[in-house]
Design a protein around this ligand. Structure first.
Ligand SMILES: Nc1ncnc2c1ncn2[C@@H]1O[C@H](COP(=O)(O)OP(=O)(O)OP(=O)(O)O)[C@@H](O)[C@H]1O
Ligand SMILES: [Mg+2]
Ligand SMILES: [Zn+2]
Length: 510
C-alpha cells in the first residue's frame, strides 16, 4: 500500500513543494523516515506515532516507510507532522486518496493529536497557489494568514481527526474567508507620540520629511539631548500607508519569523530599533535554522540604529551590501537564498565620546580622539546615507516658543502626495520609492535643467564626491521635486539635496 501527500518547506521567503510518500508493507514492524532530514523531522516520527495512537487509530503492525522528497533540499521545522500522518493513514485506507493530489498539507502535531501553529504559512500557501494546488490544510492558529491568499481554498484544522474528516468529505466545510478591506481598515492604530511635541527643529523635520517621502537613508549627528531619538521615534507617525502588495511582501517575512502574532497581515510599515548589542546574525539574518534578521523585518519600513558608533563595527559594516542591493544573501553549504531588505536606514550619533564636539566650551576631546570616534563609521557606510543632518543643541528660545507646531498628520499629508506621484510614475515597474532607482532609471527620471547640471558638476568636483554619492544626490533631488509637485528637477531642488551631503566634509573631512 502506497500513498503520496504534499507539503512545502520555506526557502528564503518562498515555499518549495515537498512530496511525502508512505509505503506500508509486511515485514518486521518498523517506522522509518528517509530523505535529507534534520533532527526535528526525525522527532516527527515519534510525535506522529503517538498522535496517531492518541487519535484512536489502531494501525496493524507493519513496516512503514516515509520518504520526503526531493532529497536535495533541507527540510526543517515541524510542519511535516500532519502530512506524514495523513500519508500513513491514506496508505492504511483511513483517508480517501482522491483529494491528496490537489491538497497541500501543513501542520505540527501534539502528542494528543492536536495541531499546533507553525511559521511561514503565508509564503507556503502562496507557493501552493503558484503550483496549482486547489486547497491547503493548515493549522487553525494560522487560518488568518492562509485566508489572505486569493485563488486557493484554505482550511484551518485543530486536530488530526478534523483533517481526516475534511479530506474524506470536503463538502462538510467552507474554506476560511477574510475581508481584507476590514483588516486594513482596522489597522489605523493610534500613535501615542506626535511631531507636534517637538519644538522647533524645522530643518531636521524637513530633512526627515524628505527622507520618509523617498525612503532615503538619514543620519542625525549632534550633542546629547538635542532631540535625535525623540525625532526618530516619531517617524512611524508620518510613514505613508502600505499598498496591498507591500503588505503581502512584509507579511511573508513576518510569517517566516513567526512574528505575525495572530494578525493575518502586517498592515503598518515596520519600524525596527534593535539595541546596539545586537549580533550580526540577529541583524542581517541566518542561524542554524535560517531566519530573517532585523534588516528584513524592517523591509519597506525603517531600521533605526540609535547611537550608531556604539554598535559593533563589523556588525554595521555588514549592512553595506544589503543597503546597496536591498536584499541579503545567506549562504549555506546546501545552497544560498535571499531575504528582501529594502529598508530605510535612520541612524543617530554623537560626534565624539563626550558628545559635544565641536562645541569647545563643553568638549575637551583631542582631535585624534574625535577622529577615532568618528572613524567607527567607515567612509563607505557613511557614503550610503543620502541625508546627513546636524542636530544642534536646542536653545531656550526654540523650546519656549508659543507657536503651534505642525502635527504628524499635516506632515503625512504632504508625504502622501509625494508618495502618490512616485506610485504613478513607476507603475508596473516594481519600484515604490525614489530610493529604489537604478543608475539607468536615474538617467530617465532625474533629468536636471542646465543650471542644476552645472551646480552638480561643481559640487562633484569641489566635494570630491563618489559615483554613489552622485546618484544618491539625484535621487534625493527627485524626492524634493516630488514634494514640490514639480515634474522637472530645478536648481533649488538639487542644491538642497547637495546640502544634505555637506556634513561628511565638516566632520569626516581631512
Ligand atoms: N525640540 C525639542 N522639543 C521638545 N523637547 C525636546 C526637544 N529636543 C529635546 N527635547 C527633550 O529632550 C529629551 C532628550 O532628547 P533625545 O533623547 O531625543 O536626545 P538625543 O539627541 O537622542 O540625545 P543623546 O545623544 O543623548 O541620545 C527628549 O526626551 C525631550 O524631552
Ligand atoms: Mg538619543
Ligand atoms: Zn568631546
Amino acid at each position: 500500500m502506497f500513498s503520496k501527500a504534499y507539503s512545502a518547506v520555506i526557502h528564503g521567503i518562498d515555499g518549495l513543494i515537498v512530496s511525502v510518500e508512505a509505503d506500508v508493507s509486511d515485514g518486521l514492524p518498523l517506522f522509518d523516515m528517509v530523505g535529507l532530514l534534520n533532527s526535528e523531522v526525525k522527532e516527527a516520527r515519534e510525535r506522529v506515532r503517538i498522535a496517531l495512537k492518541n487519535s484512536g487509530f489502531k494501525l496493524p503492525a507493519k513496516r512503514i516507510t516515509v520518504n520526503l522528497s526531493p532529497a536535495d533540499i533541507r527540510k526543517e521545522g515541524t510542519a511535516f507532522d500532519l502530512p506524514v500522518a495523513i500519508a500513513i493513514l491514506t496508505a492504511f485506507g483511513h483517508v480517501l486518496e482522491d483529494n491528496l493530489d490537489s491538497t497541500l498539507i501543513i501542520g505540527e502535531l501534539s502528542l494528543n493529536g492536536n495541531i499546533n501553529k507553525v511559521n511561514g504559512v503565508l509564503p507556503l500557501v502562496y507557493s501552493a497557489k503558484r503550483e496549482g494546488f486547489l486547497r491547503c490544510i493548515i493549522p487553525k492558529g494560522n487560518a488568518g494568514e492562509g485566508a489572505v491568499v486569493d485563488g486557493i481554498k484554505t482550511y484551518g484544522v485543530s486536530t488530526l481527526l478534523e483533517a481526516v474528516e475534511l479530506l474524506n468529505d470536503l463538502d462538510t466545510r467552507q474554506p476560511e474567508h477574510m475581508d481584507l478591506k476590514e483588516v486594513f481598515a482596522n489597522s489605523a492604530d493610534k500613535d501615542d507620540v506626535d511631531f507636534s511635541e517637538v519644538a522647533g527643529r524645522l530643518a531636521i523635520k524637513r530633512a526627515i520629511e524628505i527622507a520618509v517621502s523617498g525612503m532615503h537613508n538619514i543620519l542625525m549627528i549632534g550633542p546629547p539631548g538635542s532631540g535625535k531619538t525623540m525625532l526618530a521615534k516619531r517617524i512611524p507617525t508620518i510613514m505613508p500607508d502600505l499598498s496591498f502588495d507591500e503588505s503581502m511582501e512584509i507579511s511573508k517575512i513576518y510569517s517566516i519569523a513567526g512574528l505575525l502574532n495572530n494578525r493575518a497581515l502586517i498592515t503598518r510599515r515596520p519600524f525596527r530599533s534593535p539595541h546596539h548589542t545586537i549580533t550580526t546574525t540577529a541583524l542581517v539574518g541566518g542561524g542554524a535554522i535560517p531566519k530573517p534578521g532585523e534588516i528584513s523585518l524592517a523591509h519597506l519600513g525603517v531600521l533605526f540604529l540609535d547611537e550608531l558608533p556604539e554598535f559593533n563595527r563589523n556588525t554595521i559594516e555588514v549592512l553595506r551590501q544589503p543597503l546597496e542591493e536591498k536584499s541579503v544573501t545567506i549562504s549555506r553549504h546546501h545552497g544560498s537564498f535571499h531575504y528582501p531588505a529594502g529598508f530605510m536606514l535612520v541612524a543617530s550619533m554623537n560626534p565624539c565620546s563626550c558628545g559635544y564636539y565641536p562645541d569647545r566650551n563643553k568638549c575637551n576631546c583631542s582631535l585624534p580622539m574625535v577622529k577615532r570616534y568618528l572613524s567607527r563609521i567607515s567612509k563607505p557606510l557613511l557614503d550610503r546615507f543620502d541625508i546627513c543632518i546636524e542636530a544642534m543643541q536646542i536653545e531656550y528660545k526654540e523650546l519656549q516658543q508659543k507657536k503651534e507646531e505642525e502635527s504628524s498628520s499635516d506632515i503625512r499629508k504632504r508625504i502622501s502626495v509625494a508618495r502618490q506621484i512616485q506610485m504613478d510614475r513607476y507603475k508596473g515597474q516594481g519600484i515604490w520609492f525614489n530610493c529604489q532607482l537604478t543608475p539607468s532609471s536615474i538617467k530617465k527620471y532625474c533629468k536636471l535643467d542646465k543650471e542644476g547640471e552645472a551646480l552638480l558638476e561643481k559640487a562633484f568636483i569641489k566635494m570630491n564626491l563618489s559615483a554613489r554619492a552622485y546618484h544618491r544626490i539625484l535621487k534625493v533631488a527627485r524626492t524634493i521635486a516630488d514634494l514640490d509637485s514639480s515634474d522637472g528637477i530645478n536648481i533649488k531642488h538639487i542644491s538642497e539635496a547637495i546640502c544634505y551631503r555637506s556634513l561628511d566634509e565638516k566632520y569626516w573631512g581631512e
